[in-house]
Design a protein around this ligand. Structure first.
Ligand code: TNX
Length: 544
């Protein structure tokens, strides 16, 4: 071998190793790095242009990111003809799925072509990940060609803002984290026993009373964790609109959840007539209550499941329908989540009204009464042109005809629903509960179990038990982030990272390319990005 040939090879290896750092998560379907390790430089003189107005929000996202993390932004127009820049356009290809895109970086610049506007946005996310993770005002982007498309159409992350309330600024930040990982659904858990967090104009007490509880920390047992502080908060309808709009610009649909018939203590504290026994006190009242709190019913301050649930009277249905009216006006989402989980039937069993109603309607048990409840609400919501989602308990007593199921108690509910030709979102506690600890011995309080990032990465949303035809009903999966023990945004970040990065690849990338050994080094690079974002994150635990 000639001396200079060796030199060229060495130089290439050197450059390559520079770019061996490239870490795109979720892994694109196809990515080819150019030979020779060339790169393009992006700085404040580089223009970003869009072929159509609808793509401006994607260009804005890129610029916001550059300003926030690197301290410069791209020019919005080409000042010199032929200038090398970033160009965003749509090139429709009938055969491609929504969200697919191609990206190329070469000496002529960066070109991102989406099959639709969402695809362009995802291309921008990939470009962002091609940028170095160290702050600089001149960034080199390796020459590369990417062709990419999502595997699942529902790629979701959930956030429980009822157990602990998070400010609008954090909800937006959370949505940004989703966007950076190409998630497209944000499931916003807005109501629960420990707080009602969405303003409903017709029922102001929902937030005035139901939005606050006695005690910041959620106790593990009745009477524990009570710091005697009035704790709470809620989102005004203006704030909700702002968040929905913010998410839409990131191609994220916000799915609101209004819990029924269980997990209703906060609503019942506000309007006791919605319960079976309005005059009975909350079973485990707070030990002390703030001055002026004279109600018998209390917003809960501990973890768990509570007996006081909605009574299925006409009055309750009218109330819930009014709530839904306001909710559908705020959320353009096709899907409205109505909960359905963990509804104790004790009060329905004790209630003369409920027993009479069951007789009248020919319902043989309380599960059928729950099914009657959900089906009535489904009909109302379907008439508004929306589809309901419910937790897998809605299978009990008979599935509402058009309901979509979120399978959380394992995969069984999802399997059963898919076999009944109902759409399903997989969210099993075994793999995607981010309230679980991700280290064996956690240094802070967590709930539910031990789920490492590696275990999340190993999750396969389509169960083996389903035939090819039945598998089509699995729209995707979602991680749930229950916040009983997440008092601050930093704890939420610590719980979701790095597991959320692993889940994004499960949901986006082809099944056959999933490989932990390929993922782990990319994930280690991703940690530098978390640092750039100043996000908290848990350790990379390689144990299953
Ligand atoms: C069960 S998962 C719940 C939540 C809790 C979670 C952890 C599901 C549908 N219901 O209400 O937050 O356990 O305690």
């Amino acid at each position: 071998m000639k001396k200079n040939t060796l030199f060229v090879i060495l130089m290439q290896t050197f450059f390559f190793s520079g770019f061996a750092q490239v870490s795109i998560i979720p892994k694109p379907v196809n990515m080819v790095m150019a030979d020779g390790g060339q790169s393009l430089t992006i700085n404040a003189k580089t223009p970003v242009t869009v072929a159509e107005a609808a793509l401006q929000s994607s260009a804005d996202f890129l610029n916001d990111y550059l300003v926030q993390y690197y301290g410069f932004l791209l020019k919005s127009r080409v000042e010199k003809s032929g200038a090398v820049g970033v160009h965003l356009s749509i090139k429709k290809d009938g055969n491609q799925t929504s969200g697919s895109y191609s990206l190329s970086v070469d000496k002529k610049g960066v070109r991102i072509r989406g099959n639709d506007a969402a695809g362009v946005f995802y291309g921008v996310q990939t470009l962002i990940q091609l940028l170095p993770s160290a702050k600089s005002t001149s960034l080199s982007v390796p020459f590369v060609t990417v062709n990419d498309a999502p595997r699942f159409s529902y790629r979701g992350m959930h956030l429980d803002v009822a157990r602990h309330f998070f400010p609008v600024s954090f909800v937006k930040k959370y949505i940004d984290y989703l966007a950076l990982h190409k998630f497209n659904y944000f499931h916003w858990h807005l109501t629960d026993d420990q707080g009602w967090r969405i303003e409903i104009k017709k029922y102001p007490k929902l937030t005035q009373v139901g939005g606050y509880r006695n005690g910041t920390v959620i106790g593990h047992f009745p009477g524990t964790g009570n710091d005697n502080k009035r704790y709470g908060g809620f989102y005004t309808q203006e704030e909700v609109k702002e968040i929905v709009n913010y998410a839409a610009k990131r191609y994220i649909t916000v799915v609101p959840e209004i819990e029924m018939p269980g997990h209703a203590s906060a609503a019942i504290a506000a309007y006791p007539e919605l319960s079976c026994f309005p005059n009975e006190s909350t079973k485990f009242p707070p030990k002390t209550v703030w001055a002026g709190d004279t109600t018998r019913k209390h917003v809960q301050q501990t973890w768990g499941v509570f007996e006081d649930v909605f009574v299925p009277t006409e009055k309750t249905f009218a109330f819930l329908q009014d709530v839904i009216d306001e909710v559908v006006n705020l959320f353009p989402s096709k899907y409205i989540h109505i909960g359905g989980d963990e509804c104790p039937k004790d009060n329905w069993k004790r209630s003369e009204f409920c027993q009479q109603l069951m007789k009248e309607k020919g319902l043989k048990d309380e599960h059928e009464l729950q099914s009657y409840f959900i089906q009535r609400m489904e009909k109302y919501i379907n008439n508004k042109g929306r589809t309901i989602i419910g937790w897998d308990e809605i299978l009990e007593g008979g599935l509402a005809p058009n309901a979509m199921v979120m399978s959380w108690r394992g995969e069984e509910g999802g399997i059963a629903a898919a076999k009944q030709s109902h759409y399903v979102i997989m969210t099993p506690g075994s793999h995607v509960y981010f309230d679980h600890s991700q280290v064996k011995q956690d240094d802070s309080l967590t709930i539910g179990g031990y789920t490492t990032v590696r275990k999340v990465y190993s999750y396969e949303p389509v169960p083996r038990q389903l035939s090819a035809a039945e598998s089509k009903y699995v729209m995707g999966a979602q991680a749930n982030v229950w916040s009983e023990y997440m008092e601050y945004p930093s704890k939420v970040e610590y719980q979701v990272f790095p597991r959320m990065s692993a889940l994004s690849e499960v949901l986006w990338s082809p099944k056959q390319t999933r490989d932990w050994n390929d993922f782990e080094p990319r994930l280690r690079e991703q940690l530098k990005r978390y640092d750039l974002w100043k996000a908290h994150y848990g350790p990379v635990v390689t144990e299953m």
